[in-house]
Design a protein around this ligand. Structure first.
Ligand SMILES: [Zn+2]
Length: 450
């Protein structure tokens, strides 16, 4: 039986136009090949699976294409075909991780001196280039100081910060970005269309979300689901294969949060672990849902388009957000975000997950949310009271806080109701401060996610 190519290999883009995302980078490189004026060195940085090597190969094809100068490789001439097969004598792909010895550096330096043999340019694509040794970088630096004609270096790296600044300053540096869920969705739909497979929109949405910005991951996840799912792609099979929690688990959890039902939280945790769900992704989904709930609660319908939800999800969240206070959702979101890293790296992730779910359910008891909200809205008169002579005296005498001083002042004047109000506010001052810090962080997160 013939072994099937992976989808990623079968649908690897061969032209700049076929690449998903990275619009600016594609435009600049395509122009460089069309005008036949490549830079001597490029640095492609960005996380894995966002198209660095793919674009480097397309660039190499276009520069060496028999019809050059061209904005896109023809992918038909012998030059292009040899690059695609990885057999072009002038296009070398070097793995920085396994070629980082002194000898490798010397060999690299010697080979870069030769003119191209068959093609128009000699191109070195160095993957994981940050792994190169100091000797290799020194050898490269000498070459880059006086770049030989018709030689192009392309360094690809996931860790640009590990690159010597002397090398970076001699490269055109392109930062490859994560792909948006929409861009991944479109790409997956195109591939499914070409494969002639029926699919549910929700299934594609799940894979796009799960791939977290990586095209390569989205393709291997699709491969994985299709291996079991057969000739069509459904949301149910996708969740099953990828170990993703269904909507009903979140329904159950939000319900438990409303009822402050600890037994249910423990049961949900047991279920998540028994179903073998991917804990890391479950936490990401949970934090994402709490974020959507909070934004919907505060921003209303106007934020809906930016949340990219399916119709079912939108209906559910719209319904659910009304049942919680904004402060409650905010504290829950923060708690879930803070716990994520701890749980993934915990020696006992199950126990840590259970604690998080219990914390979420117990939140209203851990933080007096209702009172917090009304206190945050109360007019602030404490500061004025503390400014009076008696206030200053009290403050200085016992180094009392402004709130306590105000309470004592009110008590002095016989206004017990006000005194009580001020001491209550004092009691909640740390909570208010905490909430303020959380709101600040929230604003920051929203800004980053935009
Ligand atoms: Zn060609």
């Amino acid at each position: 039986m013939k072994q099937q190519d992976s989808l990623a290999a079968r649908y690897r883009p061969r032209t700049f136009a076929e690449v998903a995302g990275q619009d600016m980078i594609r435009a600049v490189l395509s122009r460089a090949t069309a005008e036949d004026c490549p830079a001597p060195a490029y640095l492609f940085s960005g996380t894995r699976g966002v198209g660095k090597t793919t674009i480097a190969r397309i660039f190499a094809s276009a520069l060496n294409c028999a019809r050059a100068p061209v904005p896109e490789p023809c992918n038909e001439c012998p030059q292009c075909l040899r690059v695609i097969q990885g057999a072009h004598v002038d296009v070398a792909e070097i793995d920085g991780a396994s070629n980082n010895s002194v000898e490798d550096a010397r060999a690299l330096r010697e080979t870069t001196g030769y003119a191209p043999m068959e093609g128009r340019y000699r191109i070195f694509i160095i993957d994981e280039a940050h792994m190169l040794s100091r000797h290799a970088f020194n050898a490269l630096l000498k070459t880059l100081e006086e770049p030989p004609p018709r030689v192009v270096f392309i360094f690809a790296t996931t860790e640009a910060h590990k690159f010597p600044i002397t090398i970076v300053s001699r490269c055109q540096h392109f930062v490859f970005r994560h792909l948006s869920e929409d861009a991944l969705h479109t790409r997956l739909a195109v591939v499914l269309g070409k494969e002639g497979l029926a699919f549910e929109e929700d299934a594609v949405r799940l894979i796009a979300r799960r791939a977290a910005g990586s095209v390569r991951d989205s393709m291997s996840l699709l491969d994985q689901v299709l291996a079991l799912g057969g000739s069509s792609l459904t949301a149910a099979v996708t969740r099953d294969v990828l170990g993703m929690a269904g909507q009903e688990v979140f329904d159950w959890l939000f319900d438990a949060m409303l009822r402050q039902d600890c037994a249910a939280a423990a049961e949900i945790c047991r279920q998540v672990l028994a179903d073998g769900l991917d804990t890391g992704f479950f936490l990401r989904e949970l934090a994402g849902r709490l974020r959507s709930l909070f934004l919907l609660r505060e921003g209303g319908e106007t934020v809906l388009p930016s949340l990219r939800l399916s119709a079912d999800e939108a209906a559910f969240l719209r319904d659910t957000c009304r049942r919680f206070s904004a402060a409650h959702l905010h504290a829950a979101w923060q708690t879930a975000l803070d716990a994520r890293r701890g749980i993934v790296y915990s020696p006992d992730p199950g126990a840590s997950l259970e604690l998080l779910l219990l914390n979420l359910v117990m939140l209203p008891r851990l933080l007096p949310l209702n009172r917090l909200e009304s206190d945050a809205c109360a007019p602030d008169t404490a500061v004025d009271s503390a400014a009076s002579p008696r206030g200053r005296q009290l403050s200085q005498a016992g180094a009392l806080s402004e709130g306590t001083t105000a309470a004592l002042l009110a008590k002095d004047s016989g206004d017990t109701a006000r005194a009580e109000e001020f001491s209550r506010r004092e009691e909640f001052a740390p909570c208010i401060e905490l909430l303020g810090a959380r709101l600040e962080r929230c604003t920051e997160l929203i800004r980053i996610s935009e």
